[in-house]
Design a binder for this molecule. Structure first.
Ligand SMILES: Cc1cc2nc3c(=O)[nH]c(=O)nc-3n(C[C@H](O)[C@H](O)[C@H](O)COP(=O)(O)OP(=O)(O)OC[C@H]3O[C@@H](n4cnc5c(N)ncnc54)[C@H](O)[C@@H]3O)c2cc1C
Length: 492
């Protein structure tokens, strides 16, 4: 156990005290550093911070920062986050909370804002998210501040601490979730009213005013990837997420168990980006689904994805430190890949060609085009998207790294536990060995564009992906060059 882990203390099933610092007795406020649960309701971390403020008779500050140098930062991700800022400011003001949003545009802007704010805080509360840059942020925070730091888990319906090890697959976590659910599913995560309202509390902290009219200008000033534009389809914020949730429950949920495998229709929730950025909580979505007057089979099919599959991914990244690598795979998958490592690949394609959706496989190109242009890939099509890349690079490692890069760069819901569990699923994670054994895939489950194209209106899906504006910086680079004559076009 490292020294940092030795000082951690579980306060309750969702709250961990990350250090053993003393509270600041002359404090002016309690500070909640909102990193991943970007919402003003259904938020265990916010509630914990509000209760801490009430117990001490202090006001509450919610601080949210957006820096320019996190991996894959782009216009797309920045815009989606910024679109959720103004509505939070309004909601927090109404509730008497001092909300500070700060956009750090480049190296010349002030840094260390949380550490500075923490100097006048009794304690700091932050989000316990088991993936990407957040665990590192929390470790650094503890090293920088001299007050108690509490990390609160508001990731899913069941607290991550309900499990004490990595679960092997959906079939092992499902019965445990079923047993635990009655304890948690009725939890409405009701908000806590503040006793000391101070929405305009004076603090020494840089602050950025955000409104619908200045988002594009703010994003243009940031030192980030301007080649990935905002999504023309998905807009950030809890309000936008709730609008999509209402549409989903009313129009899609009643037949979700049938429609979810058809990328040519509006048949899935498309809520994963709202879940990733914490604009919506799984509690709120699950409650809306449970209360809907729709067939039980449809509800069960959806809740299986939202709870069993999603919470399996979070359990995976919480307990497996190798989650961002092929080392996280089960033994059988690593063994079969070792045995097939040297198999000739049907075609080795340059990464730029794969990225630009310019392979020889029309259906696959459509999945990548959907990702490039909209910031998402349909749930069913995403499996094919991941599987095919295994055949197109010389090693499994290269395929994995390319998938990680493309997913995290373009997908609004990327950089999430589901990203790593989903990509590694293509390499056997949370799956089992399949036969017959094949070249390159070995015993990994195989998927082909031809068989998938027969299962839905593939032509309609392909055309739909073309209806969005192309990404000039990444598409069409290879088309200009000579066609790949050795490859037969795989058309749908
Ligand atoms: C190669 C690959 C990469 C993936 N990358 C991501 C990613 O970056 N981010 C991400 O959130 N999901 C990822 N997934 C899982 C899944 O594809 C998405 O969650 C789903 O497409 C989101 O669309 P939706 O909200 O319309 O899903 P719906 O079908 O409406 O499902 C409802 C919710 O259940 C959860 N869910 C659905 N399928 C899965 C699954 N297989 N595993 C875990 N949770 C699931 C999601 O939170 C989703 O929003 C990936 C899957 C694969 C095969």
């Amino acid at each position: 156990m490292s020294t940092a882990e030795e000082t951690m203390k579980r306060i309750d099933e969702r709250v961990t005290l990350l250090n053993d610092a003393r509270e600041n007795t002359g404090a002016r406020y309690v500070l909640y550093w909102m990193q991943m649960f970007k919402r003003a309701t259904h938020n265990h971390a916010l509630n914990f911070a509000a209760r801490a403020a009430n117990e001490r008779g202090l006001p509450l500050i919610v601080y949210e920062g957006l820096k320019y140098y996190y991996p894959w930062a782009s216009d797309r991700l920045h815009t989606f986050i910024l679109e959720g800022v103004e509505e939070k400011r309004e909601e927090f003001e109404r509730r008497g909370v001092r909300y500070i949003f700060y956009l750090q545009r480049d190296t010349s802007d002030p840094k260390q804002t949380v550490a500075r704010l923490a100097q006048d805080a009794a304690l700091v509360v932050t989000d316990d998210f088991p993936c990407f840059i957040i665990p590192g942020h929390n470790r650094r925070l503890v090293a920088q501040v001299g007050v108690p730091v509490y990390a609160v888990d508001s990731n899913g319906i069941i607290p991550l601490s309900a499990f004490d090890k990595e679960e092997f697959a959906a079939r092992t976590i499902r019965p445990k979730i079923k047993k635990l659910l009655p304890r948690y599913e009725g939890d409405t995560v009701r908000g806590v009213s503040l006793k000391r309202r101070a929405p305009r509390l004076k603090v020494d902290c840089p602050e950025t005013k955000v409104s619908a009219s200045n988002i594009a200008a703010l994003v243009a000033e940031c030192d980030i990837d301007h080649g990935v534009p905002p999504s023309p389809v998905y807009h950030g914020g809890t309000r936008a997420g709730r609008a999509r949730l209402r549409h989903f429950v009313r129009n899609i949920l009643p037949r979700y168990d049938e429609s979810r495998n058809d990328p040519s229709t509006d048949g899935v929730s498309r809520l994963s980006a709202y879940l990733h950025f914490g604009f919506l909580s799984a509690h709120e979505i699950a409650a809306a689904v449970r209360e809907a007057c729709v067939p039980q089979a449809a509800k069960d099919a959806y809740l299986e994805e939202l709870i069993v599959r999603r919470e399996l991914s979070y359990n995976f990244t919480r307990f497996n430190p190798a989650y961002a690598s092929l080392d996280a795979l089960p033994k059988w998958a690593r063994l079969t890949m070792r045995e097939h490592d040297g198999d000739p690949r049907p075609a080795v394609l340059e990464p730029e060609r794969i990225e630009g959706a310019e392979t020889y496989d029309e259906l696959w190109d459509a999945t990548q085009r959907e990702l490039l242009r909209t910031g998402e890939i349909h749930n069913y099509a995403r499996m094919l998207w991941g599987k095919r890349v295994i055949e197109w690079r010389e090693t499994y490692e290269e395929s994995f790294r390319l998938l990680e890069h493309l997913n995290n760069k373009y997908a609004l819901d990327g950089r999430n536990p589901n990203s790593y569990a989903g990509i590694l699923w293509c390499f056997g994670k949370h799956d089992r060995a399949w036969g017959p054994e094949r070249e390159v895939f070995g015993k990994l489950r195989f998927m082909s564009s031809q068989s998938m194209a027969r299962k839905f209106e593939a032509r309609a899906y392909v055309e739909w992906t073309k209806s969005f504006p192309p990404l000039a910086a990444y598409e069409g680079k290879v088309a200009a060059r000579a066609a790949h004559t050795a490859e037969a076009l795989t058309r749908v």
